[in-house]
Design a protein around this ligand. Structure first.
Ligand SMILES: [Zn+2]
Length: 405
């Protein structure tokens, strides 16, 4: 499978300037190509193929007003055209109903918070024997290598975020999987609002203090920003502080998701989660909470780690009435308003905690053998799919990142 590995490069002044040029050129190429396609569409002409855009790009480099595109690696510019193609494909697939609907590609602005360029294998980038990242027409950039890459990466994407930090993200082909020693527990997870997650064994997990602290600081920075006069120097400074606080929250959240997903994958053979229609929820009052919690990022992480480490991962449909059915006797006694956190089952008399009951139902719906609060094992189990027992790697899995889709 393909994984992304992220590191922090620290370009020097000259390299920062070269990167800024490359970001700018990639943006201009993207916008020029988008304009060609939009003009064609407005004139009722057919969709302009990528080969034609590529030809126009080559011609543009020979003109006086676009000659500076030659200062940047040609691969970076070609990748920018690819990005435009991807944006169009996603847009069209959304219209056809193949994926969630999204807007048409938009022009990129110099003020965009996140800028990126991508170097593929044929760009001639490499990691030097001295541990520098050699980027064509940019130079040998120092990188803090926080872990080792399992194999030679094919692609590197260099990103500058709104807080002014640089990231180098490598796509690496990893072996089929590194199966962890088999274990027996199987677990259902309810991603709720009161807690970040509730497990079918009764454990309730909240976001950690370091994340809550970062979130508080972000709120404070946002309030300070809203008080600053528009167009003032202080507002610029405040905006920068908000961007940095945002970045720290995102980092802290990712760190928490990694810790929790790794722990759940190590300790359980099979994991079931409710398939959250985040898009559906996002239109409701719960929206902010859904986005803040980053559940979809978390479940995606669980899923790829399950694949990688030979665990079973199941998503169950979102219409399963996890809060309506007693997880002990399976009697359905109807919906309950959100404020009811605990009730006594009318059929069997068990006192049920809303969140734990939901987590147990998730596990049962996925056909897992679950023990809730030491109470019950569901009858008629469907055996969960198991990975083959394999080699054991020492220590924590070191993988980070998101699967490449
Ligand atoms: Zn019951």
């Amino acid at each position: 499978m393909q994984l992304r590995y992220g590191f922090r490069p620290y370009p020097n002044g000259r390299q920062c300037a070269a990167l800024a040029r490359a970001f700018g050129c990639a943006r201009v190429v993207f916008n020029d190509a988008l304009r060609v396609r939009e003009d064609a569409r407005a004139a009722g002409l057919p969709y302009v193929p990528t080969a034609e855009l590529s030809k126009q790009l080559t011609a543009a480099k020979k003109t006086a007003e676009r000659a500076w595109l030659g200062e940047v690696s040609a691969v970076v510019l070609q990748q920018s055209l690819r990005d435009l193609d991807t944006a169009y494909r996603n847009f069209f697939d959304g219209l056809k109903g193949k994926r969630p609907k999204m807007g048409a590609p938009r022009f990129k602005s110099r003020k965009d918070t996140r800028q990126s360029i991508r170097f593929t294998a044929n760009a001639g980038w490499k990691i030097t024997p001295g541990g520098k990242l050699r980027l064509p027409k940019i130079g040998d950039v120092s990188v803090k290598w926080s872990r080792t890459l399992p194999s030679t990466p094919s692609t590197v994407t260099v990103v500058k975020d709104s807080a002014g930090r640089y990231f180098a993200s490598f796509v690496v082909e990893t072996g089929p999987c590194e199966v962890l020693p088999e274990t027996t527990p199987e677990i259902g997870i309810d991603l709720g609002l009161g807690h970040f997650a509730v497990l079918s064994d009764g454990e309730k997990i909240n976001s950690p203090r370091f994340l809550r602290r970062a979130e508080r600081k972000l709120k404070k920075a946002q309030r300070a920003l809203s008080r600053k006069a528009k167009g003032s120097k202080n507002r610029d400074k405040a905006r920068h502080r908000v961007a940095r606080a945002h970045a720290r929250v995102a980092d802290a959240r990712r760190e928490f998701h990694h810790q929790l997903s790794t722990k759940l994958i190590r300790e359980n053979q099979a994991i079931a989660v409710e398939d959250l229609a985040v898009k559906g929820l996002a239109r409701t009052r719960l929206a902010k909470s859904v986005h803040d919690a980053g559940w979809s990022a978390f479940t995606a992480m669980l899923e790829y780690k399950a694949t990688r480490y030979g665990r079973a991962f199941v998503r169950i449909g979102r219409f399963e009435p996890t809060s309506q059915v007693c997880s002990v006797c399976c009697v359905k006694d109807g919906p309950k308003p959100l404020h009811i956190r605990e009730w006594t089952c009318g059929a069997c008399g068990t006192v049920l905690d809303r969140d734990i009951n939901a987590a147990v139902n998730v596990a049962k719906a996925a056909g897992l053998a679950v023990t809730a609060c030491g109470a019950q094992v569901s009858p008629g189990l469907v055996p969960a799919q198991r990975g083959e027992a394999g080699t054991h790697r020492d220590g924590q899995p070191t993988v980070v990142g998101i699967p490449v889709l």
